[in-house]
Design a protein. Structure first.
Length: 168
């Protein structure tokens, strides 16, 4: 069971949460949403607000949902869901109903933003800004060749965190 909490009371290590445990980025509605696993992102303060950043390549199905939505969610899970997160990172929602396949229960937050009841922590974010990665701005030339051999640059989204939920 998840309960609303104050984001300022969170004490998890964000480097571990995002980079090692991974997260699901989800957008759409409670009736029709898509989700993807991500290990790139950040949490911080910008423009006087608590914010989250995430990065999505344009060929990802979730990209279409985030583009059409005013909100997205970031859901963090315990280690027992590692296999489900791996599936959500390996399969496309165009071919597989990942929510059904993983047995997730969809809930909705502010603006109807979909998230999953099985998560340990959820951040509901209202989109505030987006920007496409520009290879001309990479200061280390290896970044482009290592991470973008297909030239499929991520779009960065910054979302104002408007709600947070954590497992009781």
């Amino acid at each position: 069971m998840l309960e609303k909490c104050d984001v300022k009371g969170l004490d998890q290590n964000v480097f571990s949460l995002i980079g090692e445990q991974w997260m699901l980025i989800t957008a759409g509605t409670g009736e029709r949403c898509n989700t993807m696993t991500a290990s790139w992102g950040g949490l911080g303060v910008l423009w006087g607000s608590d914010v989250a950043t995430c990065y999505i390549r344009p060929q990802r199905y979730t990209y279409e949902f985030v583009e059409k939505s005013d909100f997205f969610t970031l859901s963090f899970f315990g280690p027992e869901y590692r296999r489900a997160l791996a599936l959500c990172g390996a399969k496309s929602g165009r071919e597989v109903d990942k929510v059904k396949e993983c047995g997730f229960t969809v809930c909705t937050g502010e603006g109807g933003a979909p998230y999953f009841a099985e998560a340990e922590l959820v951040l509901v974010c209202r989109k505030a800004y987006w920007q496409d990665m520009d290879p001309a701005h990479f200061l280390d030339p290896e970044t482009d060749s290592k991470w973008y051999p297909e030239k499929d640059y991520h779009r960065m989204y910054i979302g104002k965190i408007v709600e947070a939920y954590r497992k009781k």
